[in-house]
Write a protein of this length. Structure first.
Length: 796
């Protein structure tokens, strides 16, 4: 109820003539205790009372009663859905508590969020109960429901949620936005911005509560807005309007960076839970910006968490190459920073890294973006961006990650089954026994929950390796034999994989369903088989394939020459050398010209036969000489290559040594600078303590710390002289002021003496008159009393 009605007080006289009635007067003069007692009636009236009181001057200084008023005010705002009222008052309450009691604002916000969540859950339950109960299961649809379904695509539950639950969801979302905007700009509430108690003793950030809200109610649009809001807050932190403002958030502070880093990691989790992978990648970019912003190395625990979540994101989005690269960074962190890591832990992580690396698809020969230069450039930029998110200077490849496995000796670290799988895929060249050798590892991977996610990719990798190796050995192979060589894959899926490999890897394979055979076409260039696709076994398939191609081409040429010689069709008059009818008429014709031509050919052959024979004999020596020359060239090339490789190795070793020396020098300089800073701070602290001992804490606090030097005596003497000079000046000013005051007081007393005498005379006369008047009144009163007593005596 309103203040004027409750108190019963009349409006002031000076407001009686105004246009404001007593019922409309604001409650600015109400005490907090009184307002707390009076605001227990109708909710709207109580809200108006508390709103006016919180805007009054009495609420400008924090006290416990003000907090109780705010808690009651939040309850009323929640019941009446008055987010705008709460926003105006909570900003004022923040200004009150920011210096005196920041925890009070935290308590009010906790209470506010908790109340709204309770109301939202009640609305959610009410929305479920509002769906009509079906009385007869044989009649699921009533005429009313059929009409609603005809004009609307919403179901009964959707309509109930829209009318009952949605208003509370919007109210809860607005409250989270108000809280984030309220707490973002002050270090006093920096932890509150990230940490708020929620449901029991667990602590979550406001953003975490908002993330929970988005996940619980599947609010993808609000999650996108929330991510953008936090991103805009970060931009404002980086470019503040008032850089030197008190309590402003500084992103160069390591604690602030860690808080934001942790919040973004939670945001990444919720983005993947909501399957919003675009927002997840944006969040990864935000996290990496904080990593680059940090002047020192971030906490290894946070970086391990980051690489784990990034690897999970790449896996779920199908980026298997970057998933494996993230796991490589993860195991390097474990080795570098976690010195207490046991061999079993490293073996478990190494098994995941090995499986992720082996399951990377072979690089595609056909890049579909090459047809469009702009799109290809965008794809390259995208790959570089993804690599930069993992701290890589170059885009990783399957071959580079395989080399990292070998360099870090991970195959030696994992279990024997996985080691055998690595040898079967990347080292050995045994296509007929590849599936048999990989079977124990596939069984082990399928039984492990963490490794089972790689089983399908490993199957496809095994199929591609099997086909590549078979193409070097076989020309044709029956489909049944190929299915037996790949028992881990269904035949239909195997055929689909072959078609994909033909398209992506330019694999020279054809499937002939009429003969039920797989044909390896060796007459075309083997796309990926001529490339280094990772591992040590990649070089084994190049030479046999090239030799097979050369032998086939040479055989074709010999076959064509043989046919040409057998036809003896050297006649220039023939219209075509490949016409069978012309060749036959030339060989069996009895024409004189033909007979003469055949005789000339025989004579020419006999004439040149001996010379041709000698040329053929000399050709053997020529071939040997050319072989020796080629051998010398090969030796020279190998020697030059070895020398060049040795030179490059020496340069790399020299560069590595120089880099190590440079890093060591930088580390030494940093350590020296840090030691000098510590010594300077220690010297200043000792000097400050000495000043406090000599001059006292108050005088010592007046010194500028940057002015404290080794010459303490001269500094103290100078400061004492300044203080004595100021003391003398103050004493002289006080003496002059006292003398002036004495003169003024003496003059004033002299001037007021006559006035005092006149005033005394007037006072004496007034006293005499008052005494005479009082005496007369006493006498008259006594006479009247005497006469009254005489009358009473006569009457009695």
């Amino acid at each position: 109820m309103l203040l004027t009605i409750v108190s019963g007080a009349a409006p002031p006289a000076r407001l009686a003539g105004t246009r404001f009635s007593s019922a409309m007067a604001p409650n600015y003069n109400l005490m907090p205790e009184t307002a707390l007692a009076k605001a227990r009636g109708k909710k709207q009236s109580a809200l108006d009372i508390l709103y006016d009181v919180m805007r009054s001057r009495r609420a400008k200084i924090w006290q416990k009663k003000i907090e109780e008023l705010m808690l009651l005010f939040t309850d009323l705002c929640v019941d009446l859905k008055k987010n705008a009222h709460f926003k105006r008052i909570i900003h004022q309450y923040k200004n009150i508590t920011v210096q005196e009691c920041p925890s009070s604002l935290e308590e009010v916000l906790r209470h506010y969020f908790k109340s709204i969540k309770v109301k939202t859950e009640e609305a959610r339950q009410q929305s479920k109960e509002a769906v009509p109960y079906v009385e007869d299961l044989d009649i699921l649809e009533t005429p009313e429901s059929l009409m609603l379904n005809a004009v609307s695509v919403e179901g009964a539950q959707d309509r109930s949620d829209r009318t009952i639950l949605m208003p509370w969801l919007k109210f809860l979302w607005d409250s989270y936005r108000i809280g984030l905007d309220l707490l973002r700009s002050s270090t006093k509430f920096e932890n509150m911005y990230h940490e708020v108690a929620r449901e029991g003793m667990c602590e979550y950030s406001i953003s975490t509560l908002a993330y929970e809200f988005c996940l619980k109610y599947n609010r993808k649009a609000e999650f996108r807005k929330l991510s953008e809001m936090l991103r805009q807050h970060t931009i404002k932190f980086q470019n503040p309007l008032t850089p030197n403002a008190a309590n402003s958030v500084n992103l160069s502070n390591p604690e602030t960076q860690i808080l934001h880093f942790s919040t973004r990691l939670q945001q990444l989790d919720y983005a993947m839970e909501l399957e919003m992978y675009n927002e997840a990648f944006k969040t990864v970019e935000d996290i990496w910006s904080f990593v680059l912003m940090s002047k020192k190395v971030s906490k290894p625990v946070l970086m391990v968490d980051y690489y784990s979540k990034a690897a999970n994101l790449f896996l779920r989005s199908g980026c298997y190459l970057y998933h494996a690269a993230a796991l490589h960074k993860l195991i390097n962190l474990y080795r570098d920073h976690k010195k207490s890591t046991t061999r079993d832990e490293l073996a478990a992580i190494g098994a995941r890294v090995l499986c992720a690396t082996l399951s990377i698809p072979l690089p595609h020969v056909r890049i579909h973006f090459d047809k469009f230069p702009v799109t290809g450039e965008q794809n390259t930029a995208k790959q570089k961006t993804l690599a930069s998110l993992l701290g890589l200077s170059q885009v990783p490849t399957r071959a580079s990650l395989i080399n990292d496995l070998v360099r870090n000796r991970l195959p030696m670290l994992v279990c024997p089954e996985l080691h055998q799988l690595y040898n079967a895929i990347e080292v050995d060249f045994q296509p007929l026994s590849l599936a048999e050798r990989a079977a124990p590892a596939l069984t082990f991977i399928s039984s492990d929950p963490e490794l089972s996610v790689y089983i399908e990719q490993l199957h496809e990798c095994l199929v591609s390796k099997t086909l590549l190796q078979l193409s070097q050995v076989y020309r044709t192979l029956s489909i049944d034999s190929l299915v037996k060589l790949c028992p881990y894959m269904h035949p239909l899926r195997l055929e689909r994989c072959i078609v994909e490999f033909v398209h992506n890897l330019e694999l020279p394979v054809r499937i002939d369903h009429r003969t039920k055979a797989v044909i390896f076409d060796v007459f075309t260039d083997l796309g990926i088989s001529q490339r280094q696709y990772g591992g040590q076994g990649g070089e084994q398939i190049g030479t046999p394939d090239q030799l097979s191609r050369q032998l086939v081409l040479f055989a074709e040429a010999l076959f064509q020459v043989t046919e040409l010689l057998q036809s003896s069709t050297f006649s220039p008059e023939a219209s075509t050398l490949n016409d069978p009818l012309a060749i036959q008429s030339f060989l069996y014709s009895n024409d004189a010209a033909a007979v003469k031509r055949r005789a000339d050919l025989i004579m020419a052959y006999r004439k040149d036969a001996s010379q041709e024979h000698l040329n053929l004999l000399a050709r053997r020596d020529l071939i040997e000489a050319r072989k020796e020359a080629l051998e010398r060239l090969r030796e020279t090339r190998d020697r030059v290559y070895l020398e060049e490789e040795a030179r490059r190795r020496a340069e790399r070793e020299r560069d590595a040594a120089d880099e190590e020396a440079h890093l060591a020098e930088e580390a030494r300089l940093r350590e020296q600078h840090k030691t000098e800073e510590k010594q300077a701070k220690l010297k200043q602290r000792i000097a400050t303590e000495n000043l406090k001992i000599i001059m006292g804490s108050e005088l010592a606090s007046s010194f500028d710390v940057s002015q404290i030097t080794d010459d303490m005596d001269a500094l103290i003497e100078k400061k004492m002289q300044e203080m004595n000079k100021k003391r003398r000046e103050i004493a002289e000013k006080a003496k002059k002021r006292a003398t002036k005051l004495d003169y003024f007081a003496r003059a004033a007393r002299l001037e007021e003496l006559d006035l005092l005498k006149e005033t005394a005379k007037v006072d004496i006369q007034q006293a005499r008159d008052l005494h005479s008047q009082t005496q007369r009144e006493i006498e008259e009163k006594a006479i009247l009393e005497h006469q009254q007593r005489l009358k009473d005596r006569q009457r009695l």
